[in-house]
Design a protein around this ligand. Structure first.
Ligand code: ASP
Ligand code: MG
Length: 405
């Protein structure tokens, strides 16, 4: 019998009725002749509430204890789901990350899964039980409990699907699937029946909030069929994530907006070899995600270097950049928080200059200045002012909708 892994997000298991709804869905899948392994998130916004509680007790909670605390969220939902399934007359067993054999490295709150020993899951399946595994958590060599970073249950689900050689991994969520833009921000966003691994990975990284990027990377690497679909509307097939070899024609598939970024500029950096190296190597140990980097030739012998970082990292990296400024004699840094990154995503779009010029033309028409641009094979991103970002998102989406989104 083949195995289907289903992951249910926090909203999907957010109440008693919703847990019962999930139980029925799981049972239906079982009845249609599959083994089912379910991965659950914590109910509703439990994880946020647990973090808030911790911060009321301690201004900077010890990471080990915070993971211990956060891991309880998923244990609540897995046990309740097992009970709901049992109440409907089916056999179910819930397993923690440890019991499910999910082994991770030791980085609390951002642990990575390094191996899975699925024997306990397999034994339960052989007994014809429905297996429910806590998402988002694992254990280390030292038998510590770790968590995988916010949204990490997606990654738990894909990793288990790969370890069990499942037929597919279904991600159940509160929207119908993957859209051409965030439907909460763009009312005309359309559901995509299919999207490529690369495109969804890019969209996830660009802040589309659809899936944990690591889960997509893992699925792509292992060719695990992935489906994103709704917990509340079983009639809709959702979005299938597929491998796309060649596109007939480059096409914009999605438009994203990330408002949680900051632009940092270091003006008047001496123009000599090794300077960029000095600046960015000083940031290595801070483990910060540097995104766009721009160096412009300024005036005799000096450059400006600008780059973007996630909003949450800004405070902890400023001292290091200021130390760099002092050392090389640059001007004081400029930090601009009211910026946003607007991106278009689609396989091969940078090879068609009509697409880039269409994007820039639309932004120009809106009277918005583009502060930085970066591209990859499948995306074009622009840094713009945050107060016009929402309008730009809608207008750019509309433009590409008319022009073949
Ligand atoms: N409960 C965790 C979170 O809220 C993990 C997840 O939902 O994927 O981030
Ligand atoms: Mg989530």
């Amino acid at each position: 019998m083949d195995i289907i892994v289903q992951k249910y997000g926090g909203t999907s298991v957010g109440s008693v009725e919703r847990i019962q709804n999930v139980a029925r869905r799981v049972i239906e899948t079982k009845q249609s002749g599959h083994h089912v392994v379910v991965v659950v998130s914590a109910m509703g916004d439990t994880t946020d509430q647990l973090i808030t509680l911790a911060r009321q007790i301690h201004k900077n909670p010890p990471k080990r204890e915070l993971d211990m605390l956060m891991a309880t969220g998923e244990q609540t939902s897995m046990a309740l789901l097992a009970m709901a399934i049992d109440e409907y007359g089916y056999k179910a067993v819930s397993l923690t990350g440890y019991q499910g054999g999910i082994h991770t490295d030791g980085y609390f709150s951002k642990a990575k899964i390094d191996s899975i020993d699925p024997h306990r899951i397999q034994e339960a399946l052989e007994k014809d039980q429905i297996v429910i595994v806590a998402g988002f958590q694992g254990y280390t060599d030292a038998l510590e409990i770790t968590t995988l970073g916010r949204g990490g249950s997606d990654t738990t689900a894909v990793a288990i699907a790969v370890a069990l050689n499942a037929a597919k991994c279904e991600i159940y969520t509160d929207v119908l699937g993957i859209y051409t833009a965030d439907p909460r921000m763009v009312s005309t966003a359309k559901l995509l029946p299919t999207i490529s691994y690369d495109e969804i990975l890019e969209m996830a990284k660009l802040g589309a909030g659809v899936m944990h990027p690591r889960s997509v990377e893992l699925a792509r690497k292992n060719n695990m069929p992935l489906v994103v679909r709704s917990t509340f509307d079983f009639t809709n097939d959702g979005t299938e994530i597929i491998e796309v070899k060649e596109m007939e024609k480059a096409q914009v598939r999605g438009v994203t907006l990330d408002e949680d970024i900051v632009r940092i500029s270091v003006p008047n950096v001496p123009d000599r070899p090794g300077i960029a190296y000095k600046l960015f190597s000083s940031l290595i140990n801070l483990n910060v995600h540097i995104d766009m980097i721009l160096q412009n030739l300024n005036h005799d012998g000096f450059n400006d270097i600008s780059f973007t970082v996630p909003l949450e990292d800004i405070d902890r990296i400023i001292p290091t950049i200021e130390a760099f400024v002092d050392e090389v004699g640059a001007s004081p840094i400029l930090v601009k928080k009211d910026v946003a990154k607007l991106s278009i995503v689609g396989t091969g779009i940078t090879s068609d200059v009509k697409i880039a010029s269409g994007l820039f033309g639309k932004i120009y028409e809106l009277g918005i200045n583009i502060e930085m641009i970066s591209t990859s094979e499948i995306k074009i991103s622009c840094i713009i002012n945050q107060n016009q970002a929402q309008q730009a998102l809608e207008e750019v989406h509309r433009y590409f909708e008319v022009n073949g989104l």
